[in-house]
Ligand binder design. Structure first.
Ligand code: SAM
Ligand code: SF4
Ligand code: SF4
Length: 352
């Protein structure tokens, strides 16, 4: 039964579809040192005002309240999270919370080589590096930056400093990297990483999105079968978005089929922006402001907003997007002008 949490007790919160609140994506900055076409296609953006950004103490306090409400998994993201100064300090603060079972980070890897050791020392559990191509020239065309070698150095550093469970996330796109799926899986083996292919999503900054650029789960499996032979699903009981598969040679990989096979029915995730807005869905157009009450010191109000927000949650954004297909109405999610007016609508502001 839902009721207000009482400080040292943990409660389970359920939304209107009986989905628990378990996982929080923490965007620590909206800034990024890459300009991936599918996320930040423009060079300049309206950035969140500096004074609105939550301090580490404020994030720590909010996360503490979230963990009273059932959150036990934190993923630190952005923008590029490693651009946030002294990030290991925040990780160290979060790692002291015994209710958190898993603290992970998603990074583009550019700054990982220099930070991997201190992140490990601070108590970070797992790292996911986004890697869409193994070809430097493609990386440059996709990201508009020439830092591919630094991503590779970052990936290399992960195992060296002691992390296990590295994941490599690849946005699979037609006309871009469908010829690299096998190479990426093989590269993953050399760095002890499991590769996960993400279907291209029509989220905030993906202005260039169209259905014909989406390499679907079925197409990914078909391409891989041609090379490896029969592929079996890994049977596991998990609310994680990735469906895992095993190749005849024993190698496993994942597919996150958000676009063609949404998994909203089991979604236990929400997102906190760097300036303290709480989004109940990747596609939500409005967030719940937690910063004001936090800064006024009324933590009961913060708790009450989280409670009411989750209990009233009806979001199933990716399923609703898919529903539009039957009317041939699935087009770009948000017009560029609207994105300019409200930076929170961007994927890089709310965390991927
Ligand atoms: N900057 C970090 C990174 O790239 O890993 C963390 C933030 S980024 C928004 C998180 C993840 O979202 C990345 O793996 C990125 O590839 C993914 N992403 C961004 N836009 C996407 C889109 N339109 N479709 C699918 N995945 C997307
Ligand atoms: Fe690319 Fe991540 Fe930066 Fe978006 S936030 S542009 S996905 S590196
Ligand atoms: Fe969860 Fe929204 Fe993504 Fe569906 S679209 S899986 S409800 S975040």
């Amino acid at each position: 039964m839902n009721s207000l949490p009482l400080g040292d007790q943990v409660m389970d919160l359920f939304d209107t579809f009986d989905r628990p609140l378990r996982s929080l994506r923490l965007s620590v900055t909206d800034r990024c040192n890459l300009r991936c076409k599918y996320c930040m296609p423009e060079e300049e953006y309206t950035w969140l005002p500096r004074e609105t950004l939550l301090t580490f103490e404020e994030i720590h306090t909010l996360v503490g309240i979230f963990t009273e409400c059932g959150v036990d998994k934190i993923r630190v993201t952005g923008g590029e999270p490693l651009l946030r100064r002294d990030l290991p300090t925040l990780i160290r603060m979060l790692a002291k919370n015994p209710r958190i079972k898993d603290i992970a980070i998603t990074t583009n890897g550019v700054l990982l080589e220099e930070q991997a050791q201190s992140l490990y020392g601070a108590g970070l559990h797992r790292i996911t590096v986004s890697l869409d191509t193994l070809k430097p020239e493609r990386f440059k065309a996709l990201t508009r930056r020439e830092t591919f070698h630094r991503v590779l150095a970052g990936i290399d550093a992960v195992g060296k400093v002691g992390f296990t469970g590295l994941k490599l996330d690849t946005v699979a796109m037609k006309g871009f990297n469908e010829d690299e799926l096998v190479d990426l899986i093989e590269f993953g083996k050399t760095v002890n990483a499991e590769v996960r292919f993400i279907e291209y999503m029509d989220v905030g900054g993906a202005n260039d999105w169209s259905m014909d650029k989406v390499l679907s789960r079925a197409e990914i499996l078909l391409l891989l079968r041609k090379w490896y032979g029969p592929i079996e699903p890994v049977i596991e009981n998990s609310s994680a978005p990735a469906q895992r598969f095993i190749l005849p040679n024993g190698t496993t990989f994942g597919i996150i089929p958000s676009t063609t096979t949404p998994f909203c029915a089991t979604c236990d995730r929400s997102r906190l922006t760097a300036d303290g807005l709480w989004y109940l869905c990747l596609y939500a157009k409005q967030g719940i402001d937690l910063r004001d009450s936090l800064r006024m010191g009324v933590l009961d109000e913060v708790r009450a907003r989280i409670l009411a927000g989750w209990q009233g949650r009806t979001d199933r954004g990716a399923e609703e997007r898919k529903d539009l297909e039957q009317f041939s109405m699935r087009e770009r999610f948000i017009e560029i002008e609207k994105l300019r007016q409200d930076p929170h609508l961007e994927m890089h502001a709310r965390g991927g």
